[in-house]
Structure formats: C-alpha cells, structure tokens
Write a protein that binds this ligand. Structure first.
Ligand SMILES: NC(=O)c1ccc[n+]([C@@H]2O[C@H](COP(=O)([O-])OP(=O)(O)OC[C@H]3O[C@@H](n4cnc5c(N)ncnc54)[C@H](O)[C@@H]3O)[C@@H](O)[C@H]2O)c1
Length: 405
C-alpha cells in the first residue's frame, strides 16, 4: 500500500517527535513538506532527520503535495492552517489544545461539518499505557461507582515554558490551557461525565523577577551558579533535547523570544504551580495538581470507586488495583508499552491517526473533545483570576473572559 504524504505545519519541539515517527515508519507515511514562518528552522528540522522534502512558508503551495497534515504551530495559531487543510479536503491531526478561544474552536468545528476528512485532536495522553488501562478498568465497572479522581502532573521540564511562547496567554492561553487541557481531557474521559463546576488556584512561586541577572543565560553574571542555566551552544546527550537545541539556534537570539531568555525575568502572565477542584455530573469529584517546580516528571492518577481503587503513574509504569471488600491487590505492569516519547503515547496516537485516514473509523479524541477541554481550561483560568467557583456551562461569562485575552 502506498505511504501517505504528510505535511508538518510548525517545525518546533513537537515536530521532532513527528519526524522521528515518519522516519521510523516509511510504510505508513512520508514527509512531503514542512511549512513554517521560519524557513531556517524548518530546514534544520529535516536536516537533523536526514529527510529531503519541500520547505516553505506557503501552506497553499504545500497542500498540493499532501494527503494529511500534522498541525503543530503554537496554540493560538492552530485555527488558520486547520481550516485551510479541512477546506482542501485533507485529513488533519491538530495538536492540543484545539485553539485558545471557544470562538476559534467553533470556527474549526463548523469548517469540518459535512466534510469527509479525518479530524483527530492530538490528546496523546489518552494513548499512554497507564491511562488506557485505567480508563479500561473504570469503564469495565471493576471499580463500582466512581466517587473521586486525583490527578497530578509534575513536570521538571515545564520550567522551560518560561523561555517560550507558552508563558504568555496571548499565545497559549496560560498553563490552565496549554498544559492542563491534557489532564482536563483525561479527567473527563475517565469520569465519562461532563464537568459541572471548577475552582482553580495557582501561584508563580519561584520563577519571579530577580535583580541583576539575565536578560539571557549567555549574558548572565550568575551563569556558573544558576540551576536553570542553559548553554545553547553546548551539545546535549539526549537525542530529543539535542534536536530541539539545533532548532533553537535558528530562532531570533536577541529579543524577548530568545531561546535562553532568563526564566525568572522573562515577561509572563501564567504560573508555576496550581490546583483545580472539579465537580462532575453523577456525583464525581476530581482534583488536579500541576507543578513545574518538581524534581521529577510524572503523571499520577488515582480513581476511587465504591468497589475498588486504582492508582498508577507514568514514571513507574505500574498500576495497582485494590478491591475494597476483600482488600485483594493486583499489580499491573505496563512497562513493556511505556517507552518512547510521552511514554509511547506519540507512536500509538500517530499510528491510530494514519490507520483511520486509510481505513476509516473514529478518532479516540474528536474536535468536540478538544472544545470541551478548551472550555474547562478557560473556566479554570477565569476561576483562578476571579477567585471563585465557575460553572462550566456559564458561556456568557466565558465569552466575556475571551474578550479580555
Ligand atoms: N501533545 C503533546 O504532548 C504536546 C507536546 C508539546 C507541544 N504540543 C503542542 O504542539 C504545538 C507546537 O508546540 P511546540 O512546542 O512544538 O512549539 P514551537 O514553538 O517549538 O514550534 C512551533 C513552530 O510553529 C511555527 N509557526 C508559528 N506560527 C506559524 C504559522 N502561522 N504557520 C506556520 N508555522 C508557524 C514557529 O515558527 C515554530 O517553528 C502546540 O500547540 C503545543 O501545545 C503538544
């Protein structure tokens, strides 16, 4: 069978994982173009993977070569290329979050109505072995009636957000959106219910302004003692970080988006740790903690039902199911499917996407799932800003909030 022609839109960190997949799966897909406003970065991406294809800033030109598109521009910039791709009748994989406003979500959803193309929302976390298995156990009824869910995301690498577009709401909506949309989606998927309300609270506890440092690591007087020092000219052993460093060398090195801008003194309007409490329909409550100051990187989840509790973590690859009445414990080890970028989830979601493009079927995460996560993320941001509980379907309030972004 002929391999599908893919276009990547946005040659950044995310597209490194896409290129690795494409390089490893020539029977499934081949790269026919990379579209980016920064042509040098796009060229560096394909050079790194030794791929030869069109590099252009012109999406319309690239479209003539495409069967499918992978959209990996910054969050606020998903809407235009996605609509263009759908209108051209191409299959499209859209990185999370679907968009940064409900209005943009609706524009994409409306463009997709009556179109016969696959629109797959890139919630890769639904494909990690830990989350898949926990979802399966909950929905098999093994836990009885679900009562509470606790989810934690601790992300050591998340500090780099404060060097990147993710630190500004105008580009990524803030961490409740660009980061937490993954986990809000997971919670809704596992609960299998709609959220009713949310209360969120966060703080910028560590990456605050300091005097006499920065503006970039390369200029900084504290470079020899700062734990966050990043030498952009020094090769890195880890394959992903090294590929990313090479791309960052092609970015503007001087302005506020310089890749080694000071994590402390960069302008930002988001937080480094936060907690949200969500109430779902059917008497289910959940908490979610996000913390980018943690020494380790993991996602942990615990679901307590009336018959059993299930708990698992991505860094251990282990799940424990404890039955309430017998106290019997079952250990489930998913380590045979827990490696690769995002614990193997990237490989699985892309294979699912390409399979559906070929053979038909429904994406595990749809445009509507994408919009729901955006709505819950925006509700969390509003709650955090106004220090009050926000009801999920308070769309009037959400529209007002969007206007302020
Ligand atoms: N699912 C995941 O686990 C995961 C992980 C990381 C990032 N992401 C998502 O992937 C997307 C990309 O993030 P990233 O970290 O790779 O960002 P990035 O900044 O590293 O790369 C984005 C690229 O898009 C280019 N670009 C900007 N506007 C463009 C436009 N209009 N047309 C073409 N190119 C444009 C930029 O020049 C840049 O090269 C974001 O939506 C992010 O939230 C998802």
């Amino acid at each position: 069978m002929q391999s599908l022609n893919t276009i990547i839109v946005g040659a950044g960190a995310r597209s490194i994982a896409f290129c690795k997949y494409i390089k490893n799966n020539p029977d499934i897909t081949c790269l026919s173009a990379v579209v980016d406003t920064n042509l040098e970065k796009a060229q560096a991406l394909i050079n790194h993977f030794d791929i030869n294809c069109l590099v252009t800033a012109d999406l319309d030109l690239a479209l003539t070569k495409a069967d499918v598109l992978l959209i990996a521009t910054p969050d606020f910039a998903h809407v235009q290329p996605t609509i263009t791709a759908i209108k051209a009748g191409k299959h499209v994989y859209i990185e999370k979050p679907l968009a940064t406003t409900v209005e943009d979500c609706n524009l994409i959803i409306n463009a997709a109505k009556n179109c016969n193309t696959v629109c797959y929302l890139g919630f890769n976390m639904r494909h990690s072995a830990i989350h898949e298995r926990i979802h399966e156990l909950v929905h098999s009824g093994a836990l009885g009636k679900v009562t509470t869910i606790e989810a934690n995301e601790w992300y050591y690498g998340g500090r780099t957000y404060f060097r990147r577009w993710n630190r500004l709401r105008k580009f990524g909506g803030g961490l409740w959106l660009t980061k937490a949309c993954h986990d809000f989606d997971l919670l809704m998927w596992i609960a299998g219910q709609k959220p009713v309300s949310i209360y969120a609270n966060s703080g910028l506890s560590h990456y605050k302004k300091k005097t006499g440092v920065g503006p970039r690591c390369r200029d900084c007087v504290l470079k020899s003692s700062c734990h966050d020092y990043y030498d952009i000219n020094k090769p890195i052993e880890h394959w992903f970080d090294e590929a990313w460093r090479k791309l960052q060398l092609k970015m503007d090195q001087s302005g506020s988006m310089s890749p080694d801008i000071c994590l402390y003194n960069s302008d930002k309007d988001t937080f480094d740790n936060g907690i949200a409490v969500i109430e779902f329909e059917n008497d289910i409550r959940a908490t979610y903690t996000v913390n980018v100051l943690s020494a380790k990187t993991t996602r942990q989840i615990r679901v307590i039902g009336t018959d059993a509790v299930v708990e698992g973590a991505t860094e251990s690859g282990l799940i424990t199911l404890t039955e309430r009445h017998s106290c019997r414990k079952t250990l489930i080890d998913v380590n045979n499917a827990n490696s690769g970028t995002h614990n193997g989830a990237d490989q699985k979601i892309l294979t699912d996407f390409f399979t559906i493009c070929r053979n038909g079927g429904n994406p595990r995460s749809s445009l509507i799932d994408g919009k729901m996560a955006v709505q819950l993320s925006l509700a969390a941001t509003l709650s955090d800003d106004e220090k009050r509980v926000v009801t999920f379907d308070d769309l009037k309030v959400l529209s007002k909030f969007e206007a302020q972004l």
